[in-house]
Design a protein around this ligand. Structure first.
Ligand SMILES: [Zn+2]
Length: 292
């Protein structure tokens, strides 16, 4: 069980995954939240779009939807070159009704049972990616598959999930064929491989592949704590434009660290108590503090 990322976190996770991201319209606030819940989030779902005339037209269709199924029809459309088009964020009409046993297996990260019932609403619980493919024997370009693997792995990493949290629409809703031509066991193996490699392979930001420091737990950050990790964190906060230091950053946890970290949390879209300056797992992972 997890709180969905904010839109700012979502785009930052995808960009850090090393994929090209294009924003469409007011995607951050384009959603179906007025029709039902969004979250808790449990996984990532991949789809194929079906027949299309132009890729741009398909991206727009996924953004606006149609009369009987209003958009957004997913969060990101992954085109055949591997570019991720953000068309909406929040509740989206992509998963529809599926099998509650499948949802429970995703939550527990266990082997999926067959999807033979449609008794649970998947739209609150999955990030959704429509991948442009006719679904009738069209081959999947390497670049597109690679982007699909990367965004799946990046979202799993942001939430601390394994590759078992990534499923296909065809594993969720009885009768759905998508994404056709993709063996999900292989797909999850590829995602697991990316998750095993730290940091995300192909990251555009970190070409020299540094190793990031694990989150030490919120308890770690208390007055009097002295650690090289706190200096490393402070330097990253300054690099992100969140530094509130008059001197330092240094190894001792101070109020300036707390104020700086709070600025980072606000930058990620957290508000109120969630931006209290005390590091949490998600914001820490996104800060990418080098191991010291
Ligand atoms: Zn689908």
């Amino acid at each position: 069980m997890a709180t969905p990322l904010t839109a700012d976190q979502f785009i930052s996770v995808l960009k850090n995954a090393g994929v090209r991201v294009v924003e469409h319209g007011s995607w951050r606030t384009h959603n179906r939240n007025h029709k039902g819940t969004w979250g808790p989030i449990h996984g990532v779902m991949v789809h194929h779009t079906g027949p299309y005339s132009t890729e741009a037209g398909m991206v727009e269709l996924c953004r606006t939807g149609y009369t009987s199924l209003p958009g957004p029809l997913c969060h990101g459309v992954i085109d055949r070159s591997g570019t991720v088009h953000l068309v909406g964020y929040g509740r989206a009409n992509h998963a529809g009704s599926g099998d509650r046993d499948v949802l429970n297996a995703v939550i527990a990260e266990e082997t999926l049972p067959p999807d033979n019932e449609a008794n649970a609403d998947g739209n609150p619980h999955f990030y959704g990616f429509e991948c442009i493919n006719t679904g009738v024997g069209q081959r999947w370009p390497e670049a597109q598959l690679e982007a699909m693997h990367k965004v799946s792995a990046a979202l799993c990493r942001a939430h601390g999930w394994t590759a078992r949290s990534v499923i296909a629409h065809k594993e969720w809703q009885p009768g759905k064929p998508d994404p056709a031509g993709i063996a999900m066991a292989d797909f999850r193996t590829a995602v697991a491989k990316l998750l095993g490699a730290r940091p995300p392979s192909g990251s555009t930001l970190e070409k020299d592949k540094p190793v990031y420091a694990q989150f030490p737990g919120s308890e770690f950050f208390r007055t009097g704590r002295r650690s090289a990790l706190i200096t490393a964190m402070g330097k990253r906060l300054v690099a992100e434009g969140c530094g509130k230091y008059t001197k330092g950053p240094g190894p001792r946890w101070t109020d300036a660290d707390r104020r700086s970290y709070a600025a980072w949390q606000r930058k990620l879209g957290y508000r109120g108590d969630d931006a209290n300056g005390l590091p949490g797992q998600t914001s820490w992972t996104m800060l990418r503090v080098p191991k010291s």
